[in-house]
Design a protein around this ligand. Structure first.
Ligand code: BYC
Length: 476
């Protein structure tokens, strides 16, 4: 399905046929652009950025590349193709045709899910807005901006649903999405991780690896929804999301590669004096970002999650590939939780444990990526292994909240936690050190000394391609 770019809001939802909706969205558009100007990438709005723009929603060849000034990016509304005769795959309505309209009894819950999802998108742009000034290369700068404009488009995706299906309440929620601000004491973003700063590029790569990956799993669960417009929106968002995850995983890989190279060259684990980031610091950043991202899945036992599932609103990861009754009313789940100073297994109704089931899928994915990072270290014949901390480490939401655990899952006292936490999490001095490495590198083909160049460029371009041009004078 190709996208009509002659319209003010590019779309593949026949917006021109619904004048009321079109007018409502056109009235929201200036507020969005104002938000982008105020809260989008600082200092780079006048640059030409080599960006991809969606031109169709086919899985193959859906994007074109070209220089765009970010405020001129064509944010639009793109839904994946409808599946003929699609049926609800789980819960009480299993087997019924999917809904093309919001089922009245689930209106509030559905709106809330859409708002929570929508809120994360502008939040991440706000969190990353200062990073451009310290980019390690033009290649990375371009990738940052690609992620940012697409998060802006993901906001459009949710705002479209709010406007098209939730009447006045939806319009109010869409306005509120532009009013909240990441980290603002009075109007914070909804979920915890989206109020944390992203102060440096190592944090950014960790964020796009671990936190965007939560996005992948949440979007995949919503892509199973019985509310078909939500499912189709999320399916197309996942196509874009794949690049964001690539930016995160390959970014961390390149930092690790460079560190290993410096370790070999200088015969030491402490490469910080040679302008690299020690594996020990990378491990601490992993511990931090992984644990914050685990919290995003919500409590292990959640009646909200059970209700979303039974109502057919939010499924499991790859719901239709699963070989069970898709009702879960008689299944159980072996939940890990702290009790009397140890972590125990406890049988719980599977329906209540759906957040944990999704977290399991996420953890398995993170383990696979970690194995790829460790392969780089092994290939350099270095005997250090990076690890993911225990799922209960430094959690603020759910069964482990308020319980102190070591990264390998031993329950410890609060006192011991206070004494040892600097062994496991980045210290202010380490964060300062990482910040001190963040000097901009903007000559085409050049890369900062703490990160290896990527294996290849974007869209078959060379590494010394000018991915961003007309830089502001103070960025050189
Ligand atoms: N922080 O039953 P519970 C992405 C609240 S990322 C603060 O445990 P539930 C992206 C919860 O709202 C993906 N509050 O949780 C990534 C509830 O509040 P109420 C975003 C939290 O409802 C990078 C209470 O605690 N998408 O796309 O089962 C860049 C108890 O709730 C947190 C979604 O999240 C937290 N971490 O599940 C850009 C999908 N966790 O009712 C983008 C939509 C829980 O007491 N959201 N609470 O006021 C959902 O599916 C669910 O809302 C959650 C929570 C999975 C988040």
């Amino acid at each position: 399905m190709t996208i009509d770019y002659s319209e003010r809001i590019p779309n593949n939802v026949n917006l021109a046929d619904d004048r009321r909706l079109q007018r409502a969205l056109e009235a929201w558009q200036p507020g969005f652009l104002q938000w982008w100007t105020e809260m989008g990438p600082e200092n780079f709005q006048g640059c030409d950025v080599y960006l991809r723009t969606a031109t169709s929603t086919d899985a193959q060849g859906w994007a074109t590349f070209g220089y765009v000034k970010m405020p001129d990016y064509r944010w639009g509304i793109f839904l994946a193709e409808p599946e003929p005769d699609r049926r609800i795959a789980f819960g009480e309505h299993k087997g019924e045709p999917v809904w093309r309209e919001v089922p009245g009894q689930h209106r509030g819950v559905l709106r809330r899910l859409i708002v929570t999802q929508g809120d994360t998108e502008p939040a991440s742009v706000e969190q990353q807005r200062h990073l451009g000034m310290t980019c390690p290369s033009l290649y990375d700068l371009r990738n940052l901006f690609q992620v940012n404009v697409e998060e802006g488009r993901h906001l459009w995706a949710m705002v479209y649903l709010l406007h098209a299906y939730f009447g006045r309440d939806g319009r109010e929620e869409a306005d509120a999405l532009l009013r909240r601000r990441s980290g603002n004491a009075d109007h914070p973003r909804i979920l915890g991780a989206f109020n944390e700063p992203t102060p440096d590029w190592l944090s950014y790569f960790m964020f796009t690896h671990f936190t965007d990956r939560d996005g992948k799993y949440q979007l995949a669960s919503l892509a199973e929804s019985g509310f078909d417009p939500l499912a189709r929106t999320c399916r197309f968002m996942l196509t874009e999301e794949a690049h964001h995850l690539f930016v995160g995983e390959s970014g961390v890989s390149r930092v690790i590669s460079r560190t290993c190279q410096l370790m070999k060259e200088h015969g030491t684990e402490v490469v910080s004096e040679y302008g690299g980031i020690d594996l020990a610091i990378i491990q601490k950043y992993i511990n931090f970002h992984y644990s914050v991202s685990l919290d995003l899945f919500g409590s292990e036992l959640s009646t909200n999650a059970a209700n979303y599932f039974s109502a057919g609103l939010k499924g499991r990861f790859k719901e239709t590939d699963r070989d069970d009754d898709h009702l879960l009313t008689r299944s159980s789940y072996a939940l890990l939780k702290p009790a009397d100073g140890v972590v125990v297994q406890s049988e719980q109704p599977a329906l209540l444990a759906l957040n944990e089931t999704l977290r399991d899928s996420y953890i398995a994915d993170c383990e696979r990526a970690l194995a790829r990072w460790n392969k780089i270290i092994r290939a350099a014949a270095i005997g250090i292994e990076l690890k993911l901390p225990h799922r209960g480490f430094r959690r603020s939401i759910g069964e482990f909240a308020g319980v102190s655990l070591t990264p390998d899952g031993q329950v410890i006292t609060e006192e011991e936690w206070q004494r040892r936490k600097s062994d496991w999490l980045p210290t202010p001095a380490e964060r300062e050190f990482v910040a001190s490495l963040m000097k901009p590198v903007t000559a085409p083909g050049q890369f900062a000394g703490w990160i290896a160049p990527p294996v290849r460029g974007i869209n078959h371009q060379a590494l010394d391609f000018e991915y961003v041009s007309r830089l502001p004078a103070d960025a050189n």
